[in-house]
Design a protein around this ligand. Structure first.
Ligand code: HEM
Ligand code: NAG
Ligand code: NAG
Length: 321
């Protein structure tokens, strides 16, 4: 064979391998159209039942997707209980006694398994649950890409390293999101999720007693239910957005501009740094917040999925098969 046609063959083979790899790696909204068309409505109704019972669940499920995606990618790893082979992510400091909603994912999974056994991944259910939750609490909606598979392992140390803390400074937050290929603006948009849900006293105590970039009336008010040192009360809850705690809107950014961010990590987004302008612009323009939040959620959902023959479809979300 002439060397030029050999070269052409090699080029074609490489192109084929490349496109195969990229085919496998990309998620698609239509993934279950033929294998389990009922999956999306079944999951949606399970999620809606749970939020109707407890509205905070919408917040907990959006956060669960975030904490899944930031550790090993969106692979359902956050749902795994400890095993003799690995310590799971649920006892990492950022998750311990804090992440919620796993039983809601279990219920949705159970309902889907009854119709299409071992077709729909737990990671995809978590991604759909986040979107369904946003819709339910007046937030934006988006098209969820599907086809993620579930991990066969989880990693507590990775969770501890990759998930942000409420005490992190702006440069640390920007770096942690950059590691997941999310830029500062996307980080600010995603933080808008703190317009719903609750935080425990232990996560904001340092701020309300010791920080100066805080509205004094707001600090005083928060101190009433969060004493400086009583350990019996570290789990007392406060709303991340006291104005509209049950509505996914842009009030969060308005609060920040009044120095009423609950967490240190909230207020650093508007404290004289490079993200001040983004906060100001989302506070003025809810539609740009909704659009950017939705786009960033899709991008977050794209972090390192397991596809093709990697991973597995779990039968039970809390354990590997
Ligand atoms: C920017 C870095 C972030 C930090 C440092 C952070 C930290 C925290 C902390 C400390 C809590 C309170 C947890 C507790 O007290 O149990 C919390 C709650 C929450 N976070 Fe974040 N978070 C960040 C970004 C995000 C993102 C990107 C999302 C989702 C897109 C999100 C969604 C939520 C929600 C909805 C809650 C309330 C959960 C509930 O009520 O169950 N957070 N976050
Ligand atoms: C997680 O919380 C439990 C209490 O529910 C506590 O006993 C344990 O030490 C905590 N683990 C870590 C790693 O903080
Ligand atoms: C406030 O700061 C002081 C001095 O650093 C520290 O001893 C104290 O524990 C802090 N209080 C809270 C509630 O974090």
């Amino acid at each position: 064979m002439a060397s030029s046609s050999k070269l052409a063959l090699i080029a074609i083979a490489m192109l084929f391998a490349f496109s195969l790899k990229h085919c496998q790696a990309s998620l698609t909204p239509n993934y279950y159209d033929y294998t389990c068309p009922q999956a999306i409505p079944i999951i949606r109704s399970a999620i809606r039942i749970a939020i109707a019972k407890e509205r905070r669940m919408a917040a907990s499920l959006i956060r669960l997707h975030f904490h899944d995606c930031f550790v090993q990618g969106c692979d359902g790893s956050v749902l795994l209980k400890d095993t003799p082979w690995f310590t799971g992510e649920q006892t990492a400091l950022q998750n311990n006694n804090s992440i919620r909603g796993m039983e809601v994912i279990d219920a949705a999974k159970w309902a889907v398994e009854a119709v299409c056994p071992k077709i729909v991944s737990c990671a995809d259910i978590v991604a759909l649950a986040a979107k369904d939750s946003s819709e339910y609490v007046n937030g934006p909606t988006w098209t969820v890409k599907l086809g993620r598979r579930d991990s066969t392992t989880a990693n507590k140390d990775l969770a501890a390293a990759d998930l942000p803390f409420g005490g992190d400074n702006l440069d640390v937050l920007i770096a942690k999101f950059a590691r997941k290929e999310l830029n500062a603006k996307e980080m600010v948009a995603l933080s808008g999720a703190h317009t719903i849900g609750q935080a425990q006293c232990v996560t904001f105590r340092g701020r309300i007693y010791n920080e100066t970039n805080i509205d004094p009336g707001f600090a005083l008010h928060r101190r009433r239910n969060c004493p400086p040192s009583n350990n019996a009360e570290i789990t007392n809850l406060a709303p991340l957005d006291p104005v509209t705690p049950n509505s996914l809107d842009n009030k969060y950014y308005k609060n920040l501009m009044q120095r009423r961010g609950l967490l240190h990590s909230d207020q650093v987004l508007f404290n004289g740094g490079e993200t001040d302008g983004m906060v100001a612009s989302y506070s003025r323009d809810p539609s740009s917040f909704y659009a950017d939040f939705a786009t960033a959620m899709v991008k977050m959902g794209d972090i390192d999925p397991l596809t093709g023959s990697s991973g597995q479809i779990r039968k039970i979300c809390s354990a590997i098969n």
